[in-house]
Design a protein around this ligand. Sequence first.
Ligand code: IPM
Ligand code: MN
Length: 346
Amino acid sequence: SRSLNLAVIPGDGIGQEVVAEGLKVLSAVLPQDVKLETKEYDFGARRYHATGETLTDADLDELKRHDAILLGAIGDPSVPSGILERGFLLKLRFAFDHHVNLRPSKLLPGVATPLAGEPQIDFVVVREGTEGPYTGNGGTIRKGTPHEVATEVSVNTAFGVERVVRDAFARAQARPRKKLTLVHKNNVLTFAGHLWTNVFNKVAEEYPEVTTDYIHVDAATIYLVTDPARFDVIVTDNLFGDIITDLAAAVSGGIGVAASGNINPGREFPSMFEPVHGSAPDIAGQGKADPSATVLSVALLLRHLGHDAEATRIEDAVSADLAERVGLPARSTSEIGDALAARVAG
Ligand code: IPM
Ligand code: MN
């Protein structure tokens, strides 16, 4: 019989609450013959305060043994900015080579958008996850003086760019519209921009059915608001991808429904799936958080591991639940989880 061995990291704030619902829906959707095993890990602010540790090499060895990782949210105002980001989230992405940061945006029926009219939004951003300005390559000199100089070097390798561009082409090829847009800033960032553009054009030759275009990142923020329907798959650099996926979430129903995958496509390491939202300490412990983004992240997890039918059942359940919410009183985190679990169980 088959098995699914999951590392679960509830983390901080609402992370605990939303992950519980994600697991509830996962258990309900899995076929009888798939044995679900989960092990919970206490990473996050509490562990940091108690031990000073964020993510050790021994932790990474433990996490490595799982098929995938489900994460709620990491972060708390009591921890200085940058510590958990670099010490946990980015460390995990780099250690497990999560070079495909997958962030789909789909405006589902009944979901409010700040955009006018009835925009058609159904695209996926393939954000590079291990290079660009995120590598921590830089430095400061004459610190604290009026002559302080800080550099933050963007690292772009032909290997790193090509593998994420190839992943994006394959995803575009598999979608009905077969369209791929490269987002960069090659009119100013001429070194990295030309590397990206050249690799993109070279790989494009292998995908004659995929329509391609190129948009500067600043212009892309305009189109994401004025004409999001023009996008199908977007491939972009780590920092541009960070920024445009927050905008993408804002226009397509907000962070209550935005899911993401930090993916190692070759499965040498477990991939990590998490809602785009943070730990929201202001509403933590109140049962107010919407678990939908976590539940949709579970769907991405299942699809990554080849459980496509179950992933689709979850996505359909969330879609139906959102459509039926309109005009009804707000439900608690666990009520939404119960409703979704009931739907996927059929
Ligand atoms: C995200 C977050 C992270 C990022 C931070 C918290 C390190 O903003 O997942 O988008 O910048 O990638
Ligand atoms: Mn971000």
